[in-house]
Design a protein around this ligand. Structure first.
Ligand SMILES: Cc1cc2nc3c(=O)[nH]c(=O)nc-3n(C[C@H](O)[C@H](O)[C@H](O)COP(=O)(O)OP(=O)(O)OC[C@H]3O[C@@H](n4cnc5c(N)ncnc54)[C@H](O)[C@@H]3O)c2cc1C
Length: 439
């Protein structure tokens, strides 16, 4: 019992890839048994934590090794650390920490797995102030391809520890435990702004410049969404929204936001000051979910006015479907403290960027295959044409299954060293999936 629930991925596009069985691991020994069995029998396998991989990389026709039940989180306030098992998700972490004024940098979705998010970097609203999730990581335990268990840190298996901070999930072993350094969290201000349709280019430009002027105290996620479904939306049907946090009082934030607030009056201006954990709860989302596809690329300084005009032109060519698209252009701030660390210090290479641009579509089961094909083809072309305004890098945690340049885009100059580490720890490439690091 429970098979259909345990095998179901978050992105139902990959739901048809059914595993022969799901091994629900209770501890590291169970994980060891699974790896040794899969290795000895030559059975393909995939590792599953939260099941949120955009590109279906935690699905397999072989054995699905689920660590989700390994969800314990232990807080050590005296030493300023927190240790989570390999299947714990953002909600498990928040539940353990929320009575203390401390946190780790983590993401917006309660059910995303912490291990996998950290292995790829780990964006969250705290990133501009305290860095990525992987920047707070101080220790990780894993089961390797030969079935052995190792502990990694800057002083133990340092090359592996380097690779685990940005080298993506499922490449070197199965994470069974992670320890993070805690950061104190003061009270802060959260804001949600939604503008009436119009002045999209100027607003997106102003929001980028506001973020750039306050790189460490502010964290924004700005986006363009549709007011109603339907092909070829005009600017009158597209609105700009901005969600974010400011590490300071409300009046200071309002002053900072003036260039955007005076440009075009928002129809929603919801600004609240409060405790970190309460604010964190108001920022949670499980979007995207269901049937979806995404593309992304990093932005070094800002998307230029010409780039934004091009983006709006592409959105105006949306081929249509029954869903009003919420995330046609999402801009996540990922500069500030993330930029403090040199690009080669961890495997996460995108240390010279201010934003990630994500372009995402979702569709309901109502949409016919021809409609979905048109939407997905539009997304590919939109992304391809936007690349000339963006950096070559892309975020490994938002994987694009049919993107040819994935290896250099996800890993940039760190790819060579990642391949060396892969050869050393998994020479037979036991851990493999369509965008796995090659040997
Ligand atoms: C709704 C939603 C919101 C999101 N929000 C954010 C966000 O705020 N910030 C952000 O950075 N990202 C975010 N993401 C992206 C997220 O980080 C990635 O999708 C991540 O892969 C999800 O982790 P998971 O454990 O749920 O993935 P899974 O689908 O379980 O696993 C993905 C892959 O990771 C590997 N893996 C999983 N568990 C382990 C493990 N224990 N050890 C080794 N390898 C493992 C496997 O190879 C697997 O194929 C979001 C995704 C969704 C769907």
């Amino acid at each position: 019992m429970g098979y259909s629930f345990a095998q179901r991925p978050n992105n139902s596009v990959y739901d048809e890839d059914r595993p022969i069985g799901v091994a629900v691991c209770a501890d590291g020994q169970d994980v060891q048994r699974c790896i040794l069995w899969a290795r000895d029998t030559g059975t393909p396998f995939a590792i599953r934590s939260g099941g949120h991989n955009y590109a279906g990389f935690s699905t397999t026709p072989g054995l699905l090794i689920s660590v989700r039940a390994m969800d314990r989180v232990d807080v050590d306030i005296a030493n300023g650390t927190v240790t989570a098992q390999g299947g714990a998700n953002n909600e498990d972490m928040a539940t353990a920490l929320r009575t203390y004024p401390v946190a780790i940098p983590s993401g917006r979705c309660p059910t995303v797995g912490i291990a996998r998010m950290t292995l790829g970097g780990g964006w969250g609203f705290s990133a501009t102030r305290t860095g990525l999730s992987c920047d707070a990581l101080i220790r990780m335990e894993m089961v390797l391809a030969d079935g052995s268990r190792v502990e990694t840190s800057v002083s133990r298996e340092p090359d592996l520890f380097w690779a685990l901070r940005g080298g993506g999930g499922g490449n070197f072993g199965v994470t069974t435990s992670l320890t993070f350094r805690l950061t104190e969290v003061p009270t802060l201000t959260r804001f949600n702004l939604v503008w009436h349709p119009g002045r999209q280019v100027e607003l997106m430009l102003a929001l980028q410049r506001i973020q750039k002027s306050h790189p460490r105290t502010l964290s924004t996620r700005s986006k363009i969404s549709m007011t109603r479904p339907g092909a070829n939306p005009s600017p009158k049907e597209l609105r700009v929204e901005c969600l974010g946090i400011y590490w300071g009082p409300v009046d200071e934030l309002i002053e900072i936001l003036q260039p955007a607030l005076t440009l075009h009056k928002p129809m929603v201006q919801d600004i609240r000051h409060g405790d970190f954990w309460w604010i964190r709860d108001t920022l949670m989302t499980n979007d995207p979910i269901g049937l979806f596809d995404t593309r992304n690329q990093y932005v070094e300084s800002e998307i230029s006015p010409e780039g934004l005009e091009n983006l709006l032109r592409w959105i105006g060519k949306w081929p249509g479907g029954t869903a009003a698209q919420r995330n046609l252009a999402l801009l996540f701030a990922i500069g500030g403290a993330v930029r403090d660390i040199p690009a080669g210090a961890t495997a996460y290479p995108h240390r010279r960027s201010n934003f990630i641009l994500e372009m995402a579509i979702h569709w309901p089961v109502l949409d016919k295959p021809s409609v979905v094909d048109a939407q997905r083809s539009w997304l590919r072309n939109y992304h391809e044409d936007m690349r000339r305004f963006l950096q070559p890098g892309a975020y490994v945690n938002f994987p694009m299954r049919d993107f040819k340049d994935w290896a250099s885009a996800y890993y940039g100059p760190n790819l060579r060293r990642l391949i060396d580490v892969k050869r050393r720890y998994d020479p037979d490439r036991i851990f493999r999936f369509p965008q796995g690091i090659p040997t």
